[in-house]
Design a binder for this molecule. Structure first.
Ligand SMILES: NC(=O)c1ccc[n+]([C@@H]2O[C@H](COP(=O)([O-])OP(=O)(O)OC[C@H]3O[C@@H](n4cnc5c(N)ncnc54)[C@H](O)[C@@H]3O)[C@@H](O)[C@H]2O)c1
Length: 437
C-alpha cells in the first residue's frame, strides 16, 4: 500500500469511528452506558491470542465481536472459541476490516512482535483502546511512536506484562518501595529454562491457508520457511526479540519497577551468543547484559540491573525458572515469575514466603476498568516502552559486543555507527508501515 492508500484507510477508519475516536475515555461510560458490554476485537489469535479469547469469554461485561488472523485455519478455530451465547464473531484476515468496524471499542493484539507497533498505531489512530502483547515493540523507535499514538488518540494502551496487575507482585514491589530491604541499588534478572531446537530448514511455498504477504507485513520480505512463522518467529531478528524479549521482558519489567527507575539506562554492555543450539535461530541462547542508570530516584543514586539468560538449562535458579533478585542494604527480595516470592533479612534470615501465579484476568480487568474510568492502566504503553527497550538495547549490545552509551532523552545510541541504526529497522512498502519510523 502506498502512503496515500494508507492515509485513506486511516481517514475511513477515522470517519467510521468518529463518534468514539473524538471522545476521551472519561465519556465512554456516559455514552455507551456504564453497564453495557465493551465490544472487542482480537488480532492474532494464535498461542497467546487464544489465551486472551479463553480469558475474555467468561467476562460478563465484554463481548468479542470480531477476530482477525492471516491464517484461515487459526481464524476459524478462534471464531468457534470466541462464540458467546451461541453467536460467533465476525472474521477477517485483514486487520483493517476489523479496525473499520465502528462497534469495536477495544482491540487485543497478539501477533508476532514485528506487527505489534504497526497494528497498535493503526488501532489507536482508528480510535480503539488497545491491549498489545509484550514486548510492545520490535525496536526502540517503534515504542516511542506507540506512546505518541496513544497520547494523540487519548485512548488506553495496555501492554501484556500481566505481573503489573498481579497481587503478589504488587505487594512485593510495594514492600520494596517502602524499604523492606533498605536501599536497592542492584537487581539481577534471570531467564533459565530449556527451549527447543528449531532445526535448519529450506524455503518452501507457504501453505494455502496462510496470507504470508500480510504475515510479513511491513518487515522486509523473506521466503517462507516453517520455522520462521507460528511460534518460532521469535528467534529471528526480523520478527522477534529473542527470549530476552519473550520471557525475559516480564522479569525485566518487574525488576525495573522494583528498582524505581522510570527512564532508560544510559550505559549498556553485554556478551553472549549461540553456545548450545545448532539451528536456524539468530538470537543468543546464552546472554549476560548489564544496564546502568546514572543517579536516579529519590536518593539520586546510581542503579544497576544484570540480566542472565540460559535457555538450555532444565532446572531453576533461586527456586524459580525466571525471576529477579533485588539486593538492598538490609536484605534481599527474590521474586519468581508466576511462582511467588521470598524475603530475606540480614544473615539470610527468611522473613516471608508467598506462592502464587500471574493473573491475566486481573490485567484484562485493569484494562477494561481504565477504559470505563479513564485511569492510566497498570502497564501503560510508556511503561511497556521503557521495559521493552531494555530487551532491544540488551540484544543490540550482545550483537556488537561492546559498551553502548545511550541518550535516554533522544533515544539514540551515541557515537556508534554500527549499533546506532539498530534502534530502528528497515521496512518495505506496505500499508502497515508506521509513519515516522
Ligand atoms: N503475556 C504473556 O504471558 C505472553 C505469553 C505468550 C506469548 N505472548 C506474546 O503474544 C504474542 C504472540 O505470541 P504467540 O506465541 O501466540 O505467537 P503465534 O505465532 O502462535 O501467534 C501469532 C498469531 O498472529 C497471527 N498473525 C500474524 N500476522 C498477522 C496479521 N498481520 N494480522 C492478523 N494476524 C496475524 C498469526 O497467524 C498467528 O496466529 C507475542 O508477542 C508474544 O510475546 C505473551
Amino acid at each position: 500500500m502506498t502512503e496515500s492508500t494508507r492515509r485513506d484507510f486511516i481517514k475511513t477508519a477515522g470517519v467510521a469511528t468518529v463518534g468514539t475516536a473524538a471522545l476521551s475515555a472519561s465519556t465512554y461510560a456516559a455514552v455507551q452506558g456504564a453497564n453495557e458490554r465493551i465490544q472487542v476485537g482480537v488480532i492474532g489469535p494464535g498461542g497467546m491470542g487464544s489465551n486472551h479469547i479463553r480469558t475474555l469469554g467468561p467476562q460478563k461485561d465484554v463481548r468479542i465481536i470480531h477476530v482477525c488472523d492471516v491464517d484461515r485455519t487459526r481464524l476459524a478455530t478462534a471464531a468457534k472459541n470466541a462464540a458467546q451465547d451461541g453467536r460467533e464473531p465476525a472474521t477477517t484476515t485483514d486487520m483493517r476490516r476489523l479496525l473499520e468496524n465502528r462497534d469495536v471499542v477495544a482491540v487485543f493484539i497478539a501477533t508476532p512482535d514485528h506487527w505489534h507497533a504497526p497494528a497498535s498505531i493503526l488501532a489507536l489512530d482508528a480510535g480503539k483502546h488497545t491491549y498489545v502483547e509484550k514486548p510492545c515493540s520490535h525496536n526502540v523507535r517503534e515504542g516511542r511512536l506507540m506512546v505518541e499514538a496513544a497520547r494523540r488518540a487519548r485512548k488506553i494502551c495496555q501492554v501484556g506484562t500481566q505481573s503489573r496487575s498481579t497481587e503478589m507482585n504488587m505487594t512485593a514491589i510495594a514492600m520494596i518501595h517502602e524499604g523492606a530491604i533498605g536501599d536497592v541499588l542492584s537487581v539481577r534478572v534471570w531467564n533459565s529454562q530449556m527451549r527447543t531446537n528449531i532445526g535448519r530448514q529450506k524455503p518452501t511455498d507457504p501453505p494455502k491457508e496462510l496470507d504470508y504477504e500480510n504475515w510479513i507485513g511491513p518487515a522486509p520480505m523473506v521466503p517462507y520457511q516453517t520455522n520462521r512463522v507460528h511460534g518460532r518467529w521469535r528467534w529471528w531478528y526480523a520478527f522477534g526479540a529473542g527470549d530476552m524479549g519473550n520471557d525475559g521482558v516480564h522479569d525485566l519489567d518487574v525488576a525495573r519497577w522494583g528498582l524505581g527507575v522510570d527512564t532508560h539506562p544510559s550505559t549498556i554492555t553485554a556478551l553472549g551468543g549461540k553456545y548450545f543450539f545448532d539451528d536456524d535461530q539468530e538470537f543468543p541462547d546464552t546472554q549476560s547484559v548489564i544496564f546502568e542508570w546514572p543517579r536516579v530516584g529519590k536518593n539520586n543514586q546510581k542503579k544497576q540491573m544484570i540480566f542472565e539468560q540460559r535457555i538450555w538449562t532444565p532446572y531453576k535458579m533461586e527456586g524459580y525458572e525466571n525471576g529477579c533478585a533485588f539486593y538492598g542494604t538490609r536484605g534481599m527480595f527474590i521474586v519468581g515469575h508466576s511462582e511467588g516470592w521470598r524475603l530475606y533479612g540480614p544473615r539470610n534470615k527468611e522473613l516471608k514466603t508467598v506462592s502464587g501465579g500471574a493473573n491475566l484476568l486481573a490485567h484484562h480487568r485493569n484494562f477494561f476498568d481504565c477504559i470505563r474510568t479513564n485511569r492510566t492502566p497498570a502497564a501503560d504503553i510508556e511503561i511497556g516502552h521503557l521495559s521493552s527497550s531494555l530487551c532491544h538495547l540488551g540484544n543490540i549490545a550482545t550483537r556488537v559486543r561492546r559498551v553502548l552509551n545511550f541518550d535516554p532523552k533522544t533515544e539514540e545510541i551515541l557515537n556508534d555507527k554500527e549499533a546506532g541504526p539498530m534502534v530502528r529497522r528497515t521496512y518495505r512498502d506496505h500499508w502497515g508501515r508506521p509513519r515516522g519510523v
